[in-house]
Design a protein around this ligand. Sequence first.
Ligand code: GDP
Ligand code: MN
Length: 393
Amino acid sequence: MNIHEYQAKELFDRFQVPSPSGRVASTPEEAAAAAKEFAGAKLVIKAQVHAGGRGKGHFKNGFQGGVHLIESPEQAAEFAGKMLNETLVTVQTGEAGKLVSKVMIAEAVDITHEYYLAILMDRATCRPVIVVSTEGGMSIEDVAHNTPDKIVRQFIHPLLGLQSYEVRKLTAALGLTGDIAKQFAKLLGNLYKLFISCDCAMLEINPLVTTPDGRVLALDAKFGFDDNALYRHPDIVAMRDKSEEDPREVAASEFELNYIGLDGNIACLVNGAGLAMATMDIIKHFGGDPANFLDVGGGASKEQVTAAFKIILGDPNVKGILINIFGGIMDCNVIAEGVIAAAKETGLPIPLVVRLEGNNVEMGKATLAASGLNIVSADDMADGAKKIVAAVA
Ligand code: GDP
Ligand code: MN
């Protein structure tokens, strides 16, 4: 799960990570009112979407840039009018872009230098890693590609936590000294606490800036949380903005289905993540293209199977469905009844191939055969994949 920059500021405030104050607005009037609250200050207006690269992005209406320095409430309203309910395309959104339904008005600061700071969960070492660079404010992918030696990583022992010698090493790597170094050390300690306490998967500040009046501030924020730990954080779950997510994935998560939308035209409904991966592979092997990854889990109910069917059929690219079930914990006949109920409820406008194996498989196949629905039965995975690929060709 991700959150918006204006929401990230709440967490920064809670953990004492200094960042310029900001207010969110959904209309030009609200933007003007927000700007008035910072009377006298220089301001910045920023489109709120779950994607970076906003500054260099463009709107489909031709307006350039999702981040602008502004000077008055009137200008806040004017720029908000050009951004709100418009689609912003950045290097991270893809061609489709993202609809902007909120902007943030924040106090603008003068910048001495832009740095990069991130904390990520590193899978290879099973440790948090802190990544810093003196080359902030630009795409970190470009820095990694052009000047890899300008990126410094510090792996952190998960039980020992962030040590002061590690902080000193990172401070030195950024060339920070004196009071700025002290502020950075405090900020980094607090940011690490935030990362661990909130079960973040990644936390990126690009840029972290120093100012002419001698402050260190987080000027941008990108947060990702570990979905499996969200049950511990109802306050963070409350920040979820479903309009930023793939609607198919939102529907799937409501029924506790593991669904990931893909670009192909053969929908898969499978029990077990490993079998789901293998099913996608074998569809590819026989020349097809999977439309999704969908794992209904070990003990799927009829309601879940029906929900899965509806999500699959809601994707206009889907031209055929392959159901691949291994009845281990699961009774094949329960799945067969779920499939029939779902097919009757939703209609079955496209070819459906079903491969069942395992517990009570004979009964399951008999139930499908007796249903009168136009279901093609497959003997094994390869047979099922060949049949669905042929059916959508
Ligand atoms: P991103 O493009 O989505 O990563 O959005 P950022 O929040 O990082 O803003 C993009 C760029 O705008 C930053 O790298 C800064 O150079 C500039 N910017 C953002 N806020 C301010 C500000 O308060 N003052 C100044 N001078 N520049 C800013
Ligand atoms: Mn940024």
